[in-house]
Design a protein. Sequence first.
Length: 174
Amino acid sequence: MGIHQLQLRYDPVADRLLLSVRTHQAELYRVWLTRRMVARLAAPLRQAVMRLALPRRPDAPMPVPEAQPLLEQVARERPLKDAVFGQPFAAGDQDSHPLGTEPLLPDEIDVRTPATGGLHIALRETRGRRLEMALGDDLATGLTRLLDQALAQAEWALPQPVAATDTGDSPKFS
């Protein structure tokens, strides 16, 4: 899936975040993210984006836990060369909906950072529908920024993540 655009917005009627993904092939995927899922996704996503910003050398020193909030901020605010945040999301009538028109409501999410770089997110429903996304470093950082903006609109007052040590395991939660 070649991702062309991402949109993450708060829906006050549903009290959920709606993630919309449009591919270069004019495929549209939509995913509801509940407060519960976002509370579980936010910290692993931010930590993964922070790791993407760190040097990828095996001999590179690991930062001390006290530096993690600063590293997260630097990772989130780094320049994104191809991102255009002011461009409207262009969902059209001609878009296909491979998962159907009803948004996916995942009850399980995996977040991984492959050795090749980037971020891999898998979202699954009990009834079998699933969406897997491979995001490059810039797209993963952009998704984190969109999440921060949507959370500010939602006013959910989720607890701030506590700095955690990196175990190397891929976060998986439901």
